[in-house]
Structures are given as C-alpha cells and as structure tokens.
Design a protein around this ligand. Structure first.
Ligand code: HMG
Ligand code: MG
Length: 306
C-alpha cells in the first residue's frame, strides 16, 4: 500500500518568518488528518536558536489529536533533541544528515561523518528507551548540494548504508533544492536497491523546478511505495538557499489517484486543509491541484443570491 508522509507542519513551516501560533499548527494538523492523511511529521526538536518557528515542539506534541491510526513523527538532531522528544512521548523520530559535508555543516553544524556518529548514539538510546519506536533517516542533497554542486549516487549510497547499519526503519532521500530529473532518480534508485529493500525507501522531492511529479512517476515505476509531500506545497529548508516548496500533497494525491493508485485522501478536503494556515501566513493557495480542486468546489456550490 502506497504511503504519503505529510511533512507540511514541519518542512512546510520551519522556514516561515511569520510567527505561527501553536493553535494554528494544531488546527492545520487536524485538517490534514480529516482529509485522510495519517502519517504526519508534526514538528522538530531542534535548537530554537536555529529554527525559532518550531520552538514550540514540546507544547505542541502533547496536544496532537488522539486519533486511531494517526502516526506522528518529529525531527531529532542530537541527544538533547532526543531527550526533549522522549519527555513528551514521541515514538517516531527522524534523524537527518546529507550526502555533502558543506550542507550538513550549514544545517546541523557537523560533517556528515560526525552526524552519523551522533545519530548512531541517538538511535541506540532511542531504541533502549522506546520499546516500539520507529526511526527514519533523512539524506538531504541526494542529487545536488547548494554549496558543493552535483552529487554522485555512490555518495548517497555510502551514507544510506551507514544509516541502515545503525538500524533505521526507513530512509528518506531528499532532493533538497528540487533539481532532479527522472533519469537521475532511476540511477539513484538502482544504486540504493543494492543496500536497502525498496520498501524501506521514501523519496522527498522539493518541486522548485516543477520536476517532482515526473520523479514520483519514475520512482513509482521502479517500485518505491512512499513519498513525502507538503499540503499547499509549503516548505523549504532554512539552510538550503533556493530550496523552494515541497512537492504539494494535492498534486501528489491527484496524480496517484488519477493513475489508479489509491491514497485514502479526499482531495476536496485536502485542498481546504491549508487555507487557515495560509491565511496566517498571508499567502494565497498556489499548488496546482489545490487550485483546481478549489475552483471545482466553487463552481459546484450554489452562487449567492444577490
Ligand atoms: P550547535 O549550535 O552546533 O549546537 O547546533 P550546540 O550544542 O552548540 O547548541 C547551541 C544551543 O542550542 C545551546 O543553547 C544548546 O543547549 C541548544 P545555549 O547553551 O546557547 O543556550 N540546543 C538545543 N536546544 C533545543 N533542542 C535541541 C538543541 N540542541 C542544542 N535539540 C544543532 C547544532 C544540531 C542543535 C543545530 O544546528 C540545529 O538545531 N539544527 C537544525 C536545523 C534544521 O532544523 N534544519 C531543517 C531540517 S533539515 C531539512 O529541512 C531537510 C529535509 O527536509 C530533507 C530535504 O529536504 O532534503 C529533512
Ligand atoms: Mg525538505
């Protein structure tokens, strides 16, 4: 069964300068669940000095809706983040590194190898303290780094192998600045298949240049069954200039459903889910399938009598 991992509340909001009240984030998450999404990356236990927008992670977490089947996860960058996460009952964490030192230095102030050492300890400690915990390992800049340029599949494979060896349950392969084209996805997926089952690989495409859906199509064809996306295409990484928005969940759901792949998500509900948070941000909706769904709903609703 295909999985969609909604990263809007984390990746979508982390880069926003406008302060967003915790209640507005909770309402956003509730709307996402109501649309049928059930895997949601809710926040990050990172340093609030680095990412002030998500400084309310410990307040937000205990207020997340208690809904059967809902799976919430959070980013954890180090032991301190792990302690904070465990304290509020987080059972699904994501550690995050990259294929290039230049990016990890800017993003988490470590080299790739230093980060892998830190995450090895974090994962061990998490496993010892959380009985049925789940861990995702992100590898950013899997195709290109904004500082170091093009990345070869073998650089990504090396980092992924270290993450698999430390026992992560899933890899999420990030096209952080949204540059990849399907041929590159094909080459990387083939290389990754040597070290990890395809069922443990998710792709995390940013849609900076409009190639994300083409990349999903290629990954799907090759047997990948999990994709990250963000409602309304919100998103970007504060430490990746030009990261652009994430692949919009609306575009992903439309593409999958139209291709005969069931998602369990109601596109009309999803199209509305981000409207209140977009209002907080002072921004109109811009994701293509979202705009189309909103226009369709407006055309179908009876016009007000004047
Ligand atoms: P540092 O400054 O090297 O760490 O940051 P430090 O240990 O010197 O700590 C600095 C201060 O932060 C200290 O406070 C620590 O206590 C505190 P002070 O003593 O100055 O008062 N601190 C923390 N506070 C709360 N929670 C913590 C924590 N850790 C330290 N966990 C660090 C190193 C890793 C902490 C920092 O670089 C950081 O938090 N980075 C996170 C950056 C981030 O969130 N980036 C975006 C996510 S990655 C992404 O978007 C890509 C992805 O979407 C995939 C893709 O698109 O490719 C996942
Ligand atoms: Mg991202």
């Amino acid at each position: 069964m295909l999985r969609i991992i909604e990263v809007g509340p984390r990746d979508g909001l982390q880069n926003e300068a406008t302060p967003i009240p915790t209640d507005a984030k909770l309402a956003f998450i509730k709307n996402l669940l109501a649309s049928g999404l059930n895997e949601i990356e809710a926040t990050s236990f990172v340093s609030p000095k680095w990412v002030p927008q998500l400084g309310d992670a410990a307040e937000l977490w205990p207020q997340l809706p208690k809904q059967d089947g809902a799976l919430f996860s959070a980013l954890v960058p180090n032991q301190k983040g792990l302690e904070r996460a465990i304290e509020v009952g987080v059972q699904r964490i994501a550690v995050f590194t990259a294929a290039s030192d230049a990016f990890t230095q800017k993003n988490i102030n470590m080299t790739v190898d230093q980060s892998l050492d830190v995450f090895h300890e974090v994962v061990q400690e998490f496993r010892s303290k959380v009985a049925h915990g789940w861990v995702r390992g992100y590898v950013s800049t899997a195709f290109e780094c904004p500082y170091a340029g093009r990345i070869e599949p073998k650089q990504v494979v090396r980092v992924c192998k270290r993450l698999m060896d430390m026992g992560v349950d899933e890899l999420s392969i990030g096209d952080t600045i949204g540059v990849a084209a399907p041929k590159e996805v094909e080459a990387l997926t083939k290389a990754l298949a040597d070290i990890a089952p395809l069922s443990s690989i998710a792709y995390h495409f940013h849609d900076t240049r409009g190639t994300a859906i083409a990349n999903v199509a290629k990954a799907l064809e090759m047997g990948i069954e999990a994709f990250d996306s963000s409602a309304a295409g919100l998103g970007g990484c504060p430490y990746a200039p030009g990261a652009g928005g994430n692949l919009a969940t609306e575009d992903l759901v439309y593409f999958l459903e139209r291709s005969g792949v069931p998602t369990g998500v109601k596109l009309d509900r999803l199209a509305q889910a981000s409207i209140p948070i977009l209002q907080v941000l002072g921004r109109p909706p811009a994701a293509k399938a979202q705009l189309a769904a909103l226009a369709h709903a407006a055309a179908a609703s009876p016009s007000p009598k004047g």
